[in-house]
Ligand binder design. Structure first.
Ligand code: NFS
Ligand code: SF4
Length: 627
């Protein structure tokens, strides 16, 4: 067993960029150079353009904008706007899933695949389930969930899943999220010209908007995706560009909403479509994924992962991609012009993400089957347009076992206990591993790639160090894909662990880095820590658990950071969220918020140091509770 190194991945990328150069393609590696150095004002968050008296930028000579706002107010508002963008995005994805659930039909494209989970959630929400048709229940629950986005009174239903102590902290700090859309709208209201310029208030609302995402919109996204498409269970798959198949029609799904990718996978598997692909000269159809939608279909169907965020152009550069089918979020507009250099069809599907140089096949729940079929057919028909001289798929892939939803995790860890008591169905076996010191703690590795960090290096190097130190890693989003591409989600990676974690991996038959899903699935991690706290009688903030986004880039990632911190988990960032221009904002985020939620941020761009600080924090937490 051997990990794939970042150097090997970079060599493969360079080879693909040569193809790109041949056909005159642009690439992010080139555009980064054109954009560097970045604007210093923007970098420090001290540029304001929220009113037309500006834009104003803060310098020693001009310490205030025209309205009199200082650096702290400007940085604070920018930070809150950034968060609101992320909360809106995740939550709107969640909303789409609720609409899909509302359209679920036993004879239609979307079915209820996990009725037990639906009933469990209905009971949690106090909805009568007895004698009710499962589809009636689905529609009722979907409507209730949609109400969470705009209800005039009260706070998010999902908050009740948190330990009482956490709920009290949220209540006392006045950061319990009300209606999801309201927290986004309030954030935009607060950041309007002439509203809030006090960092404390802006940070408080940032946490609240984040919580509306993680304990609102994202949780709807995760939970109801499970109801519709099945709750993930451990499943084998493969990762990296080598999963594409030169002899087959290659369809790459990219984006976030499983409503689209599930249907594309469904039809790509249809014998009629496979026969059609053969009639076009291919041997079959290979669907692979990029970004979070890839995580979704990998977790539920074992669909291979072609790569993560900064690898999206690479799939086209293979010259073997018949169609890259996208829905929303994290899609490079670059894919339009890039696809024009090849035979690739760049198919956009969502009114929310429309891009030049794409074929727009509008996808909606009502016509899902028909449109998915059309997309697969288009890809098959495009096979004959391939230019064989441009085809090069790097022979690079790793095995991965994915699909560790909370339900699955609890199940696999049940076997790993010395305890004589019956602990089935709780997190107690995991707690026992942690308290005995066999596992020192856990790190939630999440987030994107960012050219500011050598892509994937931070994810991979940190994970290697953590597991060698007997710290188990749960991963999601593009971090999870970095792990899978390197081989860290292969069960054989247990050999890279310390003795304790290795033993646990053997007993539970798991890899040391556990794939918990897409970025909306970070809500799974929130439920996991909540269960750990309840089962141990500790506060979430006392658990030897931290969060880390070493290569993050998106607004969504900041929203996530805010809800992870607000849930009581110290969070470590490898990229600064444009706050260095304000000492006060820095102080609030890295220290001040601790008074409200018992956790805070650490920002450290030196990745080695970042990792050491996490390990240190985990050990501090262990000492503090006497384990
Ligand atoms: Ni998350 Fe998913 Fe990846 Fe970053 Fe984008 S795909 S929602 S934002 S880039 S991890
Ligand atoms: Fe300038 Fe104030 Fe307007 Fe911002 S709100 S652009 S700081 S005048």
């Amino acid at each position: 067993f051997k990990l794939t190194t970042v150097e090997e991945m970079e060599a493969a990328t360079n080879r693909l960029l040569e193809t790109g150069a041949k056909v005159g393609a642009d690439a992010w590696q080139i555009r980064v150079k054109n954009q560097t150095p970045h604007c210093k004002f923007g970098e420090q968050g001290i540029c304001c353009r929220i009113c037309a008296m500006g834009p104003c930028r803060i310098t020693p000579k001009a310490p205030r904008g025209i309205c009199g706002c200082d650096a702290h107010g400007i940085v604070g508002r920018n930070y809150l706007k950034f968060t609101a963008g992320g909360a809106a995005t995740h939550s709107d994805h969640g909303r789409e899933i609720c609409h899909t659930l509302y359209a679920a039909d036993p004879n239609g494209a979307y079915k209820v695949k996990d009725p037990d989970k639906l009933i469990r959630i209905a009971k949690e929400w106090g909805v009568e389930t007895e004698g009710k048709d499962i589809y009636d229940l689905a529609h009722e629950m979907a409507e209730l969930a949609l109400m969470e986005y705009g209800k005039p009174f009260g706070v998010q239903r999902w908050l009740k899943r948190a330990p009482e102590h956490t709920q009290k902290l949220w209540h006392d700090a006045e950061i319990e999220p009300r209606a999801i859309d309201r927290e986004v709208a309030t954030s935009l209201h607060m950041t309007h010209m002439g509203c809030s310029s006090k960092p404390e208030a802006l940070v408080r609302q940032s946490l609240r908007a984040g919580l509306a995402d993680g304990w609102g919109g994202s949780m709807c996204g995760t939970e109801f995706s499970d109801v519709l498409f099945g709750t993930p269970k451990p499943i084998d798959t493969e990762a990296n560009l080598g999963v594409m198949n030169a002899e087959n029609v290659n369809i790459v799904v990219h984006g976030h909403d499983p409503s689209l990718s599930e249907m594309v996978c469904e039809y790509a598997d249809d014998p009629e479509m496979i026969a059609y692909a053969k009639s076009m000269g291919a041997k079959g159809i290979t669907v692979s994924g990029v970004c979070c939608t890839s995580n979704e279909v990998a977790m539920r169907r074992g669909i291979p992962m072609a790569g993560n965020f900064l690898q999206q152009e690479n799939v086209v550069l293979t010259g073997a991609c018949e169609a890259i089918v996208v829905d929303v979020q994290c899609i490079f507009p670059a894919l339009g012009p890039l696809s024009k250099c090849f035979h690739t069809k760049f198919i956009t599907t969502s009114p929310i993400a429309q891009m030049p140089d794409s074929d727009y096949i509008r996808f909606d729940v009502g016509t899902a089957a028909e449109k998915a079929k059309q997309i697969v057919k288009t890809a098959c028909e495009n096979f004959k347009n391939r230019k064989p001289e441009l085809v090069y798929i790097p022979d690079m892939k790793q095995k991965a076992t994915v699909g560790y939803s909370l339900e699955a995790l609890v199940k696999v860890l049940d076997g790993v206990t010395n305890s004589q008591v019956d602990v089935t169905g709780t997190t107690k076996p995991l707690l026992e591993c942690v308290t005995s010191g066999v596992i020192r703690g856990a790190v939630a590795m999440v987030g994107c790639n960012n050219p500011k960090v050598r892509p994937d290096t931070a994810h991979i190097e940190m994970m290697k160090k953590l597991i060698a130190n007997d710290i188990v890693v749960v991963a999601s989003g593009c971090s999870a894909q970095a792990a899978a591409k390197a081989g860290l989600m292969d069960k054989a990676a247990k050999d890279l662990c310390g003795a304790g974690l290795k033993r646990v991996c053997e007993l539970a038959d798991i890899p040391p880095v556990l794939h918990m899903g897409s970025c909306v699935d970070i809500s799974r991690m929130m439920i996991l820590v909540s269960e750990l706290a309840k089962d141990s009688g500790l506060k979430i903030s006392q658990l030897p658990v931290v969060g880390c986004a070493p290569e993050w880039m998106s607004e969504k990632a900041v929203s996530i950071g805010n809800y992870v911190v607000a849930t009581g988990i110290d969070t470590f960032l490898g990229v600064d969220p444009y706050v260095s221009g304000s000492s006060e904002m820095g102080e609030w985020l890295t220290n001040g918020v601790r008074d409200w939620v018992e956790a805070a941020y650490t920002v450290e761009t030196d990745i080695d140091k970042l990792c050491d600080k996490m390990i240190e924090r985990i050990e501090e937490k262990r000492t503090a509770i006497g384990i």
